[in-house]
Design a protein around this ligand. Structure first.
Ligand code: PNS
Length: 166
C-alpha cells in the first residue's frame, strides 16, 4: 500500500555500513547526502561476527574526525535490524552507494527486504564520482597490507591509522 506523502519535516537519511575502514567513495557519498538531506547519519554496524581491522570505537572516531567540519553529518553506531534503527532515529531514508552492476543484486535484495519490513522507509541509491567506483574497504586493506599505495583513495587519517595497524 502506498502511504500519503508526509508533511514537510526535516529530511534525515541513514547511511549504514561497516566502514572498516571508511574510504573516499564513502566520503563522496556522504558529502552528496549532506547536500541532499537536512541531516545524514553515518551508522556503523556493530557486528560481533566479523573480525574487523578497526574496532567500532576507532571507526567512529575516524569518521567523526573526517566530518568534523560538516555540521549536518552525524556518526553513530547501531545493532539489530537497520529498519528499527532508522525508525528510532526518526529518519525516512536509507542511503546506499552503488558502484557497479556487481553491487546491484545484493543492494536490490536488501532494499526490498527493508521495504517489506517497513514500507515507510525508502532506500535511495547514490553513485560516487567515477574515480571512486572501484574502491572497496576490502581492497584497501588488502592492497595496504601487501605494501601497495592507497594514497588518494582514503582520507589521510585512515592512511595514518593503517600504518599504525600493519
Ligand atoms: O558496509 P556493508 O557491510 O555493505 O553494510 C551492510 C549493512 C550494515 C547495511 C547491512 O548488513 C545491515 O543493514 N545490517 C543490519 C541488519 C539488518 O537489518 N539486516 C537485514 C538487511 S535486509
Amino acid at each position: 500500500m502506498i502511504n500519503k506523502p508526509r508533511e514537510h519535516t526535516k529530511s534525515i537519511a541513514i547511511y549504514p555500513g561497516s566502514f572498516d575502514p571508511i574510504h573516499n567513495g564513502h566520503v563522496d557519498i556522504i558529502m552528496r547526502g549532506a547536500r541532499l538531506f537536512d541531516r545524514i547519519i553515518v551508522a556503523i554496524l556493530v557486528n560481533l561476527e566479523k573480525a574487523p581491522l578497526f574496532t567500532v570505537g576507532e571507526r567512529v572516531e575516524i569518521a567523526r574526525a573526517v566530518f568534523k567540519t560538516l555540521p549536518n553529518v552525524e556518526v553513530d553506531t547501531f545493532d539489530g535490524l537497520l529498519v528499527d534503527y532508522v525508525e528510532r532515529r526518526h529518519a525516512q531514508v536509507i542511503v546506499r552507494g552503488l558502484r557497479a552492476v556487481s553491487d546491484f543484486e545484493f543492494e536490490f535484495q536488501m532494499a526490498l527486504m527493508n521495504q517489506r519490513l517497513n514500507s515507510n522507509i525508502e532506500t535511495v541509491f547514490m553513485m560516487p564520482a567515477e574515480k571512486y567506483t572501484y574502491i572497496s574497504s576490502r581492497l584497501i586493506k588488502e592492497v595496504f597490507a601487501l605494501g601497495g599505495r592507497v594514497h588518494g583513495l582514503v582520507p589521510d587519517l585512515v592512511e595514518q591509522r593503517l600504518r599504525q595497524k600493519v
